[in-house]
Design a protein around this ligand. Structure first.
Ligand SMILES: C[S@@+](CC[C@H](N)C(=O)[O-])C[C@H]1O[C@@H](n2cnc3c(N)ncnc32)[C@H](O)[C@@H]1O
Length: 315
């Protein structure tokens, strides 16, 4: 959470250490919740989307659950080579990493090709990256995977700014809504973007619920503090830990499934990617079908590189 001095002064609350502390505590709560969801679910297969560089596979190995770490190819490759150095030989068979693009259904389906049984997909830190069109594609892809394999989806992305703001309000005595507003203004200014129509960043709980229902999900609610009963770094300050956990009671979280959904919209998936490049009379014609993304764009570039030697650029 990064504010600007003028916003901070308006709120009259911020010090750098309070900002850092609230950020660390809420991040810790999210990681703790990741563990709780992975442990509590009756699914034996945990899909960490996106896995980033976290050592989550070590935690699921302890639970004797199968772990699929999915992220963009460059990240999946890097973390995989590091992670396998730390996993006990007897647990290596439980862990897989795959390069995917969450907007690309085929890449995720391929990653899960040998899965048998229900999957629990856990998403921490992804949905904020997408515009509305891609966000819908990602949610529909996840819905489609759940329809096929069964299981559930939990994402902390629904409420993570609220989690930070509540933590911050408890630490400083500030007002949660002022803090949320200041955070959004700070993020927009920092990135020079306008997130005001991003349902997971600026939308209300009801707007997010509606969006997810439109994507076909059934929603079961729980309260954050129903599942979170400890913040380990605050063990030496139990009174503060209790105040924070009890403030989290106001956060509504969701477990999403594809069971018994009305799914108003048909599950339309992108057409498989295909490309056709031809060079005639020094004119390069390119026809593509499907989505250009981090998985498919390199394929197009590779084909272009093959043709390039025969293209004569005119001055
Ligand atoms: C904020 S990190 C979260 C990672 C991890 N869950 C964590 O909590 O540290 C965001 C991750 O999303 C991945 N990412 C971004 N766009 C993606 C996409 N289209 N498909 C899959 N992963 C993506 C990034 O590579 C990055 O590792």
């Amino acid at each position: 959470m990064r504010f600007y001095r003028d916003i901070e002064e308006k709120l009259n609350i911020a010090t750098d250490s309070q900002i850092t502390r609230s950020r660390v505590i809420s991040l810790e709560a999210r990681y703790y919740m990741w563990n709780v969801i992975a442990k509590e679910t009756d699914c034996e297969i945990i899909v960490d989307l996106p896995c980033g560089y976290l050592p989550n596979c070590l935690k699921t190995a302890r639970l004797k659950k199968k772990y699929y770490g999915l992220d963009l190819p460059i990240v999946a490759d890097e973390i995989s080579s590091i992670a396998f150095k730390h996993i006990a030989n007897s647990e290596k068979h439980l862990v897989q990493y795959h390069g995917v693009d969450a907007t690309n259904y085929a890449s995720m389906r391929t990653a899960l090709k040998d899965v048998q049984g229900k999957i629990c997909i856990i998403t921490d830190g992804l949905l904020g990256y997408f515009n509305r069109y891609d966000l819908k594609a990602v949610c529909k892809n996840i819905h489609h995977l759940l329809r096929e394999f069964g299981g559930c989806w939990y994402t902390s992305d629904s409420q993570f700014t609220e989690l930070m703001a509540i933590t911050y309000a408890v630490l400083t005595g500030g007002n949660k809504n002022d803090i949320l507003e200041a955070n959004n203004a700070g993020v927009n200014r920092l990135a020079n973007t306008d997130n005001s129509d991003h349902v997971f960043i600026a939308g209300t709980l009801e707007e997010r619920r509606h969006f997810l229902e439109e994507c076909g999900f059934s929603i079961k609610s729980f309260r954050y503090s129903d599942k979170l009963n400890s913040i380990p770094s605050l063990r030496d300050n139990p009174a503060l830990m209790e105040r924070i956990i009890s403030a989290y009671q106001e956060i509504e979280e969701w477990i999403l499934t594809a069971e018994g959904t009305k799914s108003a919209e048909k599950q339309e998936l992108e057409l498989p990617f295909s490309q056709d490049l031809s060079l005639k009379d020094n004119v390069l014609s390119i026809r593509i079908c499907g989505r250009l993304d981090t998985i498919t764009a390199p394929k197009l570039l590779q084909k272009y590189e093959e043709k390039r030697a025969n293209i004569h650029l005119q001055k």
